[in-house]
Design a protein around this ligand. Structure first.
Ligand code: IPM
Ligand code: MN
Length: 363
């Protein structure tokens, strides 16, 4: 196998964690005898500096020629939001990428790592067996409906339209049920069907699609209750499928459970299996450039790329196992540091993971 990857490091810690993921991919391709070609492109503030645009034509063309996209993060410091460089950076770059490639489904796994319990804000007994896959719809809802600002009766008014058609919901529902068949056979669909028409349609369609999956249990949960349940009893969940905005909020909430956003990868897929792979967290400008960012989310995102776009399940597993082993050995970065663990820099943590990959006893 030989594949071309568009590598878009972007802004902030993206610049530091991306090279770590590439080092891990280098080690893994040697071990599993396949070849990956990296093609670097600019996105976000980095692209703005060069082209005056957050998602320039050159980067679009590069992504279109590649077999997958590995993204770092985009966006700059909040206190500079008034500068054109950062204004609408995330919308112009990220949402444009999602739309251009019709990346309709976002997978965000959240699991607990053995040994990191003390880094979690939750009590130990709530952490047992936490392993959740968020399946978030990514190109519909209030994100992509009409956004408007106007003056009415002398007052400033703003509206954002939430929009779903049934095909969009069927697409993400199938992905959720298919994923559940490979895991715990349970789908929790999260909505606000007591109020919103988009949610009523969502629930109807989920029940219809669910009939094709008799071996998967389907539950419905209101989004406010789900937020509470994620803290009270997170191990009740297997696959959570939900709309774009609810998925954005709930997946950040759940990401606190393992102790740090820096551990959480994501995959955004279209119907052809083409994907964009990126950490769930942002560019973290406050810690950028100090060799302290956690590289694990980026490294695990590259594992998801091997699994979902290139069907290299064994190689993906090997990366995940190596991360697991290095954490269990007591190594960590500062975001998940607690007494008794050994705190390493971004590069040094990556070296520990690569040592595990090269360990003959692994996968
Ligand atoms: C995410 C981010 C984006 C989103 C923002 C940056 C547009 O928060 O990927 O979760 O809301 O989808
Ligand atoms: Mn988000």
């Amino acid at each position: 196998m030989s594949k071309n990857i568009a590598v878009l490091a972007g802004d902030g810690i993206g610049q530091e964690v991306m090279p770590q993921a590439l080092k891990v991919l280098d080690a893994i391709q040697k071990k599993f005898s396949f070849s990956l070609q990296y093609h670097q492109g600019l996105i976000g503030g980095a692209a703005y500096d060069e082209f005056g645009e957050h998602f320039p034509q050159a980067t679009k063309a590069l992504c279109q020629q590649c077999d997958g996209i590995l993204l770092g993060s985009v966006g700059g410091p909040i206190n500079e939001a008034h500068l054109p460089k950062w204004k609408n950076c995330e919308v112009n770059a990220l949402l444009a990428l999602r739309k251009l490639f019709e990346l309709s489904t976002n997978l965000r796994p959240v699991r607990m790592y053995t040994g990191l319990e003390a880094s979690s804000p939750l009590r130990l007994e709530r952490l047992i067996d936490v392993d959740i896959l968020f399946v978030r719809e990514l190109v519909g809802d209030i994100y992509f409906g009409e956004h408007k600002r106007f003056i009415e009766a002398g007052k400033r008014v703003a509206t954002d339209q939430a929009y779903y058609d049934e095909t969009q919901i069927i697409t993400v529902a199938r992905q959720a049920f298919d994923a559940a068949k490979l895991r715990g056979h349970k789908v929790t669909s999260v909505d606000k069907a007591n109020v919103l028409d988009t949610s009523k349609l969502w629930r109807e369609v989920l029940m219809e699609v669910g009939r094709d999956y008799p071996d998967v249990e389907l539950n419905h949960m209101l989004v406010d209750n789900c937020a509470m349940q994620l803290l009270l009893n997170p191990s009740q969940f297997d696959v959570i499928v939900t709309a774009n905005l609810f998925g954005d909020i709930l997946s950040d909430l759940a990401s606190a459970i393992p102790g740090s956003l820096g551990l959480l990868p994501s995959a955004s897929l279209n119907l052809k299996g083409f994907g964009l792979y990126e950490p769930s967290g942002g560019s973290a400008p406050d810690i950028a450039g100090k060799n302290i960012a956690n590289p694990i989310a980026q490294i695990l995102s590259s594992a998801m790329m091997l699994r979902y776009s290139f069907a290299q399940e064994q190689a993906a597993n090997a990366i995940e196992q190596a991360v697991n082993r290095s954490l269990q050995a007591g190594y960590c970065t500062q975001d998940i540091y607690v007494e008794g663990r050994q705190c390493l820099g971004t590069e040094e943590m990556t070296e520990k993971i690569i040592e595990e990959i090269n360990n003959p006893s692994l996968g």
